[in-house]
Design a protein. Structure first.
Length: 483
């Protein structure tokens, strides 16, 4: 544990997008803050495996926390992403109907949205929908168009939020699992697998484990069920088949299988929704992926399985209360839950963060703002997006741009090095991938992985055999070949 202090004012447990953005908002205040996560990097929970949609906010029950924070968060998303240098696009979304029953559901969603004060909602005919999205099937009879919806890079938002918090003085304690919490006179003694820490306030953002963290202070009044969603990610050559996010009508299981182009230009289809075998089960299965593919074909028949480059799954932290759980524990002062943040948690996160940071400040008697907090992250244009002239200039300024590490995604050595050297930087091959896209292309790292391993080994001053792909124990090289 990169333990810097023994005593903190605030400990955020969980470096997902919710904990990351909360730590960032808290870092604008003058206080001793740490963010603790059991993983080696940010965005390794639900925040790294979701659809990346900034939802319009028409479907959550009016008056719920989900509805409130979705509407506020979606309105804040573009500016938050601009400040953090995170890719975001206001694409809009369609919920499509295939007949009278679905059309009734669209009318209900539209009414719910209007009641909640959502702007930019319109019901259009199947024909109008196909004019805007020619890939939609002839069987589509109507669509609910949400013009405020968009897409974002969920892991980049998460990683940049943590980086911004660290730049503003937050201690990021990676690979540190909270195992026990004891109450003390001034707050809490938090026991982790790397040692103990004292803190006055705890913000519980532990995703699918937030119920267990609450249980550690004997206030486990809610429980969370892991509901898995599996996806197929399709090559960028197919991206742009649809411009907007295409949903089918939702069911009690969730928003249903969608077809969309991600903010990075891949086509994405999924997710399904099934109770997972455990809170660690992110396996994908042929029958689930077959369901995803066949259901997506109902929206657009032009989907090619031979262009699939990978599959993945994420776990929704579904609470038995039916809504986000946000607030200080009634039983344990200073213990603050931000739990059950399933969809639309990503969309809501910027607004949740601002709200919670102000609440925590109040709990601690009104924290003063730092004088020189840094709200905007320095970001660089990706090499692949530069013009030929810009590329030449970049190589002249830094010859490490002249060495291409990932051919599929045009990622240079300079970019890989920077991803490791930035505050809260990459420590693994997947960490480099999430920051630079090296390994996200068609060959899925087949070409660039050995070079990334070599660079990580040099930069982190560890043996190549010690370099990890993802989390603890995921060694890539079992041993050395001696000729
Ligand atoms: C399939 C799927 C699709 C989704 N699609 C969307 C979407 O399109 N739009 C949208 O708005 N929302 C979406 N969501 C919801 C969104 O992903 C979540 O709301 C959001 O990522 C939750 O963030 P979090 O920080 O609460 O949780 P997480 O990202 O899971 O982070 C929790 C962190 O807590 C850490 N932790 C847990 N226990 C401990 C411990 N004991 N000690 C230390 N650390 C611990 C974990 O390591 C983890 O990093 C989707 C979710 C899923 C699963």
């Amino acid at each position: 544990m990169d333990k810097i202090k023994d005593n903190y004012d605030i400990m955020v447990i969980g470096a997902g997008v919710v904990g990351g953005l909360i730590a960032r908002s808290l870092s604008f205040f003058n206080a001793a803050i740490c963010i603790v996560d059991r993983h080696i990097d940010a965005a390794m929970g639900a925040s790294g495996a979701n659809s990346g949609i900034v939802h319009g906010g028409y479907d959550a029950k009016s008056g719920s926390l989900k509805a409130k924070f979705n509407i506020l968060g979606t309105a804040m998303m573009e500016e938050t992403c601009r400040k953090l240098g995170v890719p975001y696009k206001n694409t809009g979304s369609f919920v499509i109907a295939f007949g009278p029953d679905d059309e009734l559901e669209l009318a209900r969603l539209y009414e719910n949205g209007i009641k909640g004060g959502i702007k930019g909602l319109e019901l259009i005919s199947g024909e109008e929908a196909r004019k805007l999205e020619p890939a939609l099937n002839e069987t589509v009879t109507k669509a609910l168009w949400s013009k405020t919806a968009g897409v974002v890079s969920p892991y980049k938002l998460n990683i940049s939020a943590v980086e911004n918090a660290v730049i503003n003085g937050v201690d990021y304690l990676r690979e540190t699992t909270v195992t026990e919490i004891q109450r003390t006179e001034n707050g809490f003694n938090v026991i982790t697998d790397k040692g103990a820490l004292n803190t006055k306030v705890i913000v519980n953002c532990a995703g699918i484990y937030a119920d267990e963290i609450a249980g550690m202070v004997n206030d486990g009044f809610f429980s969370l069920t892991p509901r898995k969603g599996e996806y197929l990610l399709i090559d960028r050559s197919e991206g742009g088949l649809v411009k907007r996010v295409i949903f089918q009508t939702p069911s009690e299981k969730g928003k249903g299988v969608l077809v969309m182009t991600t903010v990075d230009g891949n086509l994405l289809i999924g997710p399904d929704a099934n109770i997972a075998a455990s809170k660690e089960d992110i396996s994908t299965h042929a029958d689930s992926l077959d369901f995803v593919y066949k259901t997506a074909l109902k929206s657009c028949s032009n989907l090619h399985l031979d262009k699939v480059i990978t599959s993945f799954a994420g776990l929704r932290a579904t609470p038995d209360t039916g809504d986000f759980i946000i607030g200080e524990s009634r039983k344990v002062p200073g213990f603050y839950n931000v739990a059950g943040i399933e969809s639309p948690g990503l969309s809501s996160a910027p607004a949740i963060a601002e709200f919670v940071a102000n609440e925590i400040s109040e709990i601690l008697g009104g924290l003063p703002y730092k004088e020189n907090y840094i709200e905007v992250l320095e970001s660089h244009e990706f090499f692949r997006d530069m013009t030929m002239d810009e590329k030449e200039r970049a190589i002249k300024e830094n010859p490490e741009h002249g060495r291409l590490v990932c051919r599929c995604e045009s990622v240079t050595e300079a970019e890989v090095l920077e991803s490791i050297r930035r505050p809260a930087g990459a420590r693994t091959v997947d960490g480099v991938k999430r920051r630079t896209r090296a390994g996200m292309g068609r060959c899925q790292g087949g070409f660039c992985m050995p070079t990334v391993v070599e660079i990580l080994s040099k930069e982190l001053k560890i043996e190549k055999e010690e370099v990890l792909k993802g989390d603890r124990g995921s060694y890539i090289l079992a041993g050395r070949n001696r000729g």
